[in-house]
Design a protein around this ligand. Structure first.
Ligand SMILES: NC(=O)c1ccc[n+]([C@@H]2O[C@H](COP(=O)([O-])OP(=O)(O)OC[C@H]3O[C@@H](n4cnc5c(N)ncnc54)[C@H](OP(=O)(O)O)[C@@H]3O)[C@@H](O)[C@H]2O)c1
Length: 237
């Protein structure tokens, strides 16, 4: 069967690495993000689709169109997201709404559309990129953990809801990954290779998960850098 995967956040980091690995594995990939021209992604089976996840109404229409046009989609990788780590009182209502739209609501809306098509197929894999922040809350991560704890509860419930229809739901919880995620943040992983996971490490786990024998579900995978070190940019000399 011709296999089609949807990957969100395919223009950078984990999403780009995952789209690349899925293309290598023979999938056709529909990639969702805002800025495709900077991604360097080019392949005859790669189809970029522009979507801003902060606009949920628009995303709902895009997701409905994609699932109508491609009823054979069998893989959804929910990965798009960004971090914003500040004390809670620094966020306006609008910023809170936008943050939760991109990091939580958008994934739920996409799963709602794609799971429905996958149920008709009688099979499908939904892989969601959570975070270590889905497992423990820390200061300045109120919004990030709210979104990631939320997505973890969503993944557990969806797994239970759709398992008997042949769908599998896997949550991947990485620690620090070396990517553009840190470009606008005031910290980043330390410089040594042991201080961060590489996006391709996550991509390999995702492709492995999707290829697992149908009778087995990988519920959750936690990954960490071998040696945690955070570098604060404003302390740079
Ligand atoms: N890096 C880490 O340390 C780390 C650790 C744990 C979990 N994660 C999670 O991993 C996922 C991917 O992060 P990454 O490290 O690969 O970061 P990244 O390199 O910055 O990639 C983020 C991706 O999300 C997309 N995105 C961001 N805002 C969007 C919006 N409003 N609408 C549509 N797409 C949007 C970006 O595309 P455009 O900018 O083109 O829209 C980009 O493709 C996120 O969910 C993040 O929370 C990251």
């Amino acid at each position: 069967m011709h296999r089609i995967a949807v990957v969100t956040g395919s223009s950078s980091g984990i999403g780009r690495a995952t789209a690349t690995r899925l293309l290598e594995a023979g999938f056709t990939v529909i990639g969702l993000a805002r800025h495709h021209n900077q991604s360097g992604m080019s392949h005859d089976r790669y189809h970029p689709c522009t979507a801003d996840f902060s606009d949920i109404e628009e995303l709902d229409k895009i997701a409905a169109d994609i699932s109508k046009d491609h009823p054979e989609i069998s893989v959804l990788v929910c990965n798009a997201g960004f971090g914003d780590f500040r004390h809670l009182e620094n966020f306006s209502y609008k910023q809170i709404q936008e943050f939760l739209n991109v990091n939580l609501v958008a994934h739920i809306v996409l799963c709602r559309h794609m799971a429905s098509g996958m149920k008709k197929l009688g099979q499908g894999d939904i892989v969601i990129v959570g975070s270590e922040a889905a497992l423990i809350g820390k200061r300045k991560a109120t919004l990030y953990s709210a979104a990631k704890f939320g997505i973890r509860g969503f993944a557990q419930s969806l797994r239970d809801e759709v398992g008997s229809s042949g769908l599998r739901v896997c949550l991947i919880n990485p620690g620090m990954v070396r990517s553009a995620f840190f470009n606008d943040l005031d910290f980043e992983p330390g410089n040594s290779p042991e201080n961060a996971i590489e996006p391709d490490d996550i991509a390999k786990v995702i492709v492995e998960t999707v290829g697992t024998r149908k009778g087995t579900v990988i519920d959750e995978v936690n990954l960490s850098p071998a040696s945690k070190a955070i570098y604060f940019k404003n302390k740079r000399l």
